[in-house]
Design a protein around this ligand. Structure first.
Ligand code: NOJ
Length: 562
């Protein structure tokens, strides 16, 4: 049976080459002026989003939450945080997006709930071994008195992955008792995905939102749900080290695909089928592609371009690899440079060439030295990278504020920091707040037009990036995104690409089946157009307006229309 619902229109392939704009709702627009962005704020800016030219919004969590992890600690997966609005506000937002021909993807957080979730509260109030505890991972500790955690597993934000509870029921009431697993903050207990009620509950959640007209889902830490909890637990002192054969105790286990096959059956009850994209930090392409298969979630993020330096050979190799992976899965590829978890890409590209992951991280240390950043260069490269990416076949995921050329706010006052990393590392690592600062809409308005006093302070330089300053200004980053997204729609064609020989190792040159060409000069010196390229066909440049007959400026991408 296929359910007819108010999803946008029955083009089952709308997602394959969509431009998807991520909204981090707390930081987008604050309609009720309480300092937290909200759903009516999103609705109030639908005209802006429509003019930007996106195909879909991916909405990060807006569910009831104590915000221990920015909303990824969910109290109730089927409701709206009252500070962000109501279910009626959600419906109004979906209706207004659909009226603007924009689809809505919501974030689903299945690996964990918050510690305020009714099931977790029930588990805490119940005795060890009870049915209520079985929905999570509760275990006795090691050692005679159980005072050592059940394994050496670390958590993602620092510290261990186990927290001991004081028992509330049973013979040991009032005493330290069992430990529960949380791969993230202690406020985010991991669900036990071997439990049928957990599986059934997420089917209910998917239907709940799909019935409200949601077009797709972004699936948080999709590769973590199924774990090997057989005793004794195996040692895993570093979370980031993965194996490529499905035998890791915590990540990318084969059985996770049974979960997603069940989800796919639910998503296919709808017409058009609801889409899903996996957030699965799996570095091995042959394993990552399983999440993207049509029998699974249908698409998967890769973060390969995001993690690459701005180097022609690296970009080209990644695109080749990801397109092959997409072909192997049956999905289209995804591309992303920025999101709510990483340093904004104009700042990353502002670091000196040869900077390592550690140099980048040093930026985030509380007592770290600010690296010698060349912000103008960072933005120039970011604009070139974005045009390189928007020409590729597949879905482009954009993060709010990148269309304004925002940099990371790397010097937020420490007293304002809210990321759990900051607390879990005992104030050593600042975490991800620097890319989450509320958007500047209006250069001269109070709080730059965001709404009430923002939950993270906006720096004075945000005035230079405000929408009002860039709106209608040729060459501004906002206008570059608008024009690029308009051209992208117009030039849309089959999902393939041919590389044309590029005369220097600093250049990439590819052509889409309809003749659309994308040329990027990654080097720091201008370079002539390759022989045979007609300068008059250049329709867009990531740098200064194109002057016929010119060289390609340093760190610049050109689009050529057929
Ligand atoms: C990935 C999300 O993108 C991140 O923001 C969050 O902290 C973790 N998953 C835990 O839910």
């Amino acid at each position: 049976m296929s359910i007819e619902t108010p999803a946008l229109h029955p083009d089952a392939n709308w997602w394959r080459q969509a431009a998807v704009y991520q909204i981090y709702p707390r930081s987008f627009a604050d309609a009720n002026r309480d300092g937290l962005g909200d759903l009516p704020g999103v609705t109030s800016r639908m005209g802006y989003l429509s003019e930007l030219g996106i195909d879909a919004i991916w909405l990060s969590p807006f569910y009831p939450s104590a915000l221990a992890d920015g909303g990824y600690d969910v109290d109730d997966h089927r409701n709206v945080d009252p500070r962000l609005g109501s279910l009626a506000d959600f419906d109004a937002m979906v209706a207004s997006a659909h009226a603007a021909d924009i689809r809505i993807i919501v974030d689903i957080v299945p690996n964990h709930s918050s510690n305020r979730h009714v099931w977790f509260q029930e588990a805490l109030a119940s005795a060890p071994g009870s049915a209520a505890r079985a929905r999570y991972h509760f275990l006795d500790g090691l050692g005679d008195d159980g005072a050592r955690p059940p394994s050496d597993w670390p958590s993602h934000f620092g510290g261990g992955a186990w927290t001991r509870v004081v028992e509330q029921a049973g013979p040991n009431a009032g005493k330290p008792g069992q430990w529960y697993l949380h791969l993230f903050a202690p406020e985010q207990p991991d669900f036990n995905w071997d439990h049928p009620e957990v599986r059934a509950d997420f089917h209910t959640t998917l239907r709940f939102w799909a019935d409200r007209g949601v077009d797709g889902f972004r699936v948080d830490v999709a590769h973590a749900l199924v774990k090997d909890m057989s005793l004794p637990l195996r040692s895993k002192p570093a979370l980031a080290v993965l194996v490529d054969d499905g035998t890791d105790p915590l990540f990318d286990r084969d059985a996770v695909h049974e979960v997603f096959a069940g989800w796919r059956a639910v998503l296919n009850e709808y017409n058009p089928p609801r889409t899903a994209v996996a957030e699965a930090w799996v570095p091995f392409t042959d394993r990552r592609l399983k999440y993207a298969q049509p029998t699974g979630l249908g698409q998967a993020f890769n973060f390969d371009l995001l993690q690459a330096p701005f180097v022609a050979a690296e970009f080209r190799a990644i695109v080749q690899k990801c397109l092959a992976e997409a072909a192997g899965s049956g999905a289209s590829s995804t591309w992303v440079f920025s999101n709510h978890d990483v340093i904004r890409h104009p700042s990353r590209y502002a670091l000196p060439d040869g900077s390592t992951e550690d140099d980048l991280e040093a930026w985030l240390l509380a007592d770290g030295e600010a690296p010698a950043a060349d912000l103008a260069r960072g933005l120039r490269r970011a604009r070139a990278a974005t045009l390189f990416m928007l020409g590729l076949p597949g879905s482009a995921y954009l993060y709010q504020g990148e269309e304004l050329g925002l940099f990371e706010v790397a010097d937020l006052p420490q007293a304002s920091l809210q990321d759990p990393t900051w607390f879990r590392t005992k104030h050593k690592v600042k975490g991800r707040d620097g890319c989450r600062v509320p958007l500047p809409w209006d250069a001269t308005a109070e709080n730059f037009g965001f709404g009430g006093t923002p939950w993270l302070p906006q720096p004075a330089w945000f005035a230079d990036n405000a929408v009002t300053v860039q709106d209608g200004v040729a060459g501004s980053t906002l206008e570059l995104y608008r024009v690029a997204l308009r051209w992208r729609r117009k030039l849309q064609c089959d999902e393939s690409l041919a590389w044309l020989s590029a005369p220097r190792d600093t250049l990439t040159h590819y052509r889409r089946p309809n003749g659309w060409e994308v040329l990027t000069n990654f080097g720091d010196a201008p370079t002539p157009l390759p022989a045979g390229v007609d300068s008059a066909t250049v329709v867009l440049s990531s740098g200064a307006p194109w002057a016929a007959g010119a060289c390609i400026p340093a760190e610049t991408t050109l689009w050529l229309a057929p």
